[in-house]
Design a binder for this molecule. Structure first.
Ligand code: GLA
Length: 730
């Protein structure tokens, strides 16, 4: 049993293949966290609890004359504000009488088979009923408010999910000013936090920082999960490496504002939290109403980051991604954005398509500019009608011509946006989020639609489904190109304005759900100015996300490295683009661009007609290689063989098939030197006892390749790449 409850000790034990999570109904029915870490058996962990009389850390009234038990020190599962725990809380409630406190105590629990759902939001699903769920009911006696804590256990995946729900069972309206999804109290240990920060065109840069007394936190207040901080974190010991040591990962299954961080308290204990950012958040709940938090995916690895990444890759690929393209090979695409920007017509697009088809590319994606009066980024968003000046024969004709070349056809949308210069805005200015009496903040000259409104979502569904059913469209790139602010919904009363960010997010999920249900074979690629909404929740609707607007192969090494910690390779949209690169001006060999883009969902984004014949031949080879290695890359295990910026003159990674019979080694030289020495790289994840044949004919044992490594002869020339296959001999 993955979840057990011991009546005598009142201890819950959640077991996965490699980890144990324990909590206890403690004194006064307070739900106390006991342990999360390497699997332990045959012991209850309540011996870890300790208490002391600590000044300025008070005691619950029930403790009477015992001054040693303080909420401010005891580890808890879901601490609330206002009742004596002064550390970061999970929940802050304003009660019907204006008081600001809640004190939830255990009432009952239920253990059920299968995964729990989160209403209106994505969550880890379980088609085979292999997981189990623990639901714990808690109550605040003074108000009658009920809190439900949910724990999902995916035993073989080594994953525990968490979410919470507040039911207003009080006698009046309450305001929920903060409600996080998870708290993890680590009673002992010295920890570091890894998080992934960035900016537009430079997402998910890994940063590792020791925790100190006080709080280290990241988050987003932008209405998207953001380029600036990814909604994920890793907690690890200072000694943890790729291959050894304790680490815990958390990924938020949500795409809007979030807070994630860790606080080290007066006793040196660490509290990790994750949830919706409390700023600009206030939910009013009438009696009988419920608020549900988004879910957090947690995993523990006792053997370093590689194992932790594999756990996250599996759970996201198998239990978050859905639809036809969850496992089916995704078409290799050519996107016209960096080839034409807004300046195209049917002839230009068909020329790109025809050259792409000749080289074996399988889908043409028509990017921004095909609709409304959209000749630059100042106008047209919201007018999802084909621009017949640019495409007089309409999209149906274009898609048919592309199909006739043997290619699929894909189309760009930015559904959540509206340009002031659009027919939609002229008809419905109140559909844009903006504060009455203030001029809105413009970004890329566009405003954000109020996705909390049903009529806005109905309009978008009608427009998108009309376009999708009048042309043969297999793929949609769903973009979102600005941060949100000026938050005010004309459709909500003033006391509900604190709900707008979250309601907009729920609106986006609802529209995505409706669209994927109506067009089940449609493949959606997520995008937000590249990877500004690269999170586990969007992967529920779009199995791949455009990883970054930075297509420079060398910059992508850093971006894809950071992304790989929690997200699977298949999620990473990655293209070969033109040189000098449009974002950096850097020149890299065509082959290197191919090797880097192949560590993802592969495509091209340039005018292939401009390539010299020799590079066109390379395209054919890359297309063939990608098809050949697709399963290995997408279903195999991904290994980071070193880290960008670690002082070495290269970055290397590999893919190893589940049966360890096949591997693909990749390396890019990032700094070429004179009189160079050979490069030694140790491989990972191979079968130690197998003999591997390399492409150059050498046969080397798995144990030699992993312990001594291979030597790569020195190469000259800037940014060269090396890629070769290893096959186990029968
Ligand atoms: C965003 C996307 C790009 C492209 C443009 C179009 O920046 O990330 O790939 O689609 O929008 O405006």
């Amino acid at each position: 049993m993955a979840i057990t409850y011991n009546e005598a000790t009142q201890i819950f034990t959640l077991q996965t293949a490699g980890s144990t999570y324990q909590m206890m109904v403690g004194r006064y029915n307070i739900l106390q966290h006991l342990y999360y870490g390497r699997k332990v058996e045959g012991s209850t962990m309540d011996y870890l609890l300790w208490s002391s009389d600590s000044g300025f850390s008070g005691n619950p009234y029930e403790a009477g004359s015992d001054r040693t038990f303080s909420l401010d020190i005891q580890p808890q599962e879901y601490p609330s504000a206002g009742v004596g725990d002064y550390r970061t809380s999970c929940i802050e409630v304003v009660n019907p009488d204006g008081t600001r406190a809640a004190d939830f105590r255990y009432v009952s629990h239920e253990i059920t088979a299968g995964a729990y759902k989160v209403t209106g939001m994505p969550a880890v699903y379980d088609e085979n009923g292999e997981s189990s769920t623990l639901t714990i009911l808690m109550k605040d006696t003074a108000t009658g408010l009920e809190l439900v804590l949910k724990y999902g256990v995916f035993e073989k995946e080594d994953v525990i999910t968490r979410a919470a729900e507040l039911r207003n069972t009080a006698k009046g309206t309450i305001s929920l000013e903060k409600m996080l999804s998870v708290c993890l109290d680590m009673g002992f240990g010295e920890w570091e936090m890894i998080h992934f920060h960035g900016r537009h065109a430079m997402e998910r840069q890994m940063e590792r920082t020791p925790l100190c007394h006080g709080t280290v936190s990241v988050g987003s207040r932008r209405g998207t999960s953001s380029h600036h901080h990814n909604p994920s974190l890793i907690l690890c010991t200072p000694q943890t490496t790729e291959d050894a040591g304790d680490c815990y990962g958390m990924a938020f299954v949500y795409s809007s504002n979030f807070l994630a961080g860790a606080e080290v308290d007066q006793m040196g204990q660490t509290r990790v939290v994750m949830g919706i950012h409390p700023e600009n958040f206030c939910f009013r709940l009438e009696p009988g109403e419920t608020f549900e938090t988004p879910q957090v995916i947690m995993s523990y690895s006792g053997s370093g980051f590689t194992q932790l990444s594999h756990n996250f890759h599996r759970i996201i690929s198998d239990h978050i991604c859905r639809g036809k393209y969850k496992y089916a090979r995704r078409p290799i695409l050519i996107n016209n954005w960096e080839a034409t920007y807004f300046n195209f017509d049917e002839e230009k697009i068909l020329k790109i398509a025809s050259q792409a088809a000749d080289l074996g590319i399988e889908m043409l994606v028509l990017d921004d500019g095909w609709f409304g009066k959209r000749n630059d980024d100042n106008s047209g968003l919201g007018d999802w009608y084909v621009n017949l000046e640019k495409l007089p024969a309409n999209l149906s004709s274009l898609s048919e011509k592309v199909n006739a070349m043997g290619m699929k056809f894909g189309l760009w949308f930015e559904p959540e946006m509206i340009s002031e210069d659009s027919d939609l805005y002229r008809a419905h200015p109140d559909w844009a989020l903006q504060i009455p009496g203030r001029k809105p903040n413009r970004s890329r000259f566009q405003l954000v639609l109020d996705m909390s409104r049903q009529e806005v979502r109905d309009y978008l569904f009608e427009r998108m489904s009309d376009i999708l059913s009048h042309a043969h469209i297999d793929y949609v790139k769903w973009d979102m190109n600005r941060s949100m602010c000026d938050i005010y919904s004309a459709s909500l009363p003033k006391e509900k304005q604190g709900e707008v960010y979250h309601r907009c997010m729920l609106g986006v999920y609802e529209l995505l759900e409706r669209l994927t249900a109506a067009f089940p074979d449609l493949m959606i690629e997520g995008c937000s100015g590249g990877g500004g909404r690269f999170d586990a929740a969007m992967l529920y609707y779009s199995p791949q996300i455009w990883c970054s607007d930075d297509t420079d192969a060398i910059e992508r090494l850093d971006i894809q490295y950071g992304t790989s910690f929690l997200y699977p390779v298949g999620a990473v949209g990655s293209h070969v683009s033109a040189c000098p690169n449009h974002q950096t001006g850097r020149i890299t060999p065509f082959a290197t661009r191919g090797v880097v883009a192949m560590a993802g969902s592969f495509g091209y984004e340039l005018d292939l007609n401009t390539l010299p014949e020799e590079e066109k031949e390379q395209v054919k080879k890359q297309v063939a290689d990608y098809k050949k290695y697709y399963e290995l890359v997408h279903q195999g295990d991904y290994y980071r063989l070193n880290a960008p910026g670690d002082g070495k003159e290269f970055v290397a990674w590999s893919f190893v098939s589940a049966d360890k019979k096949q591997a693909l080694f990749n390396l890019v030289i990032t700094h070429v030197r004179a009189n160079n020495k050979p490069i030694f790289v140790k491989l990972k994840g191979l079968d130690a006892s197998a003999k591997y044949r390399l492409e150059d004919g050498r046969v080397i044992s798995g144990s030699a390749l992993m312990n001594a490594g291979i030597s790569i002869p020195s190469v000259s020339g800037e940014f060269r790449a090396i890629q070769f296959e290893l096959k186990a001999e029968e």
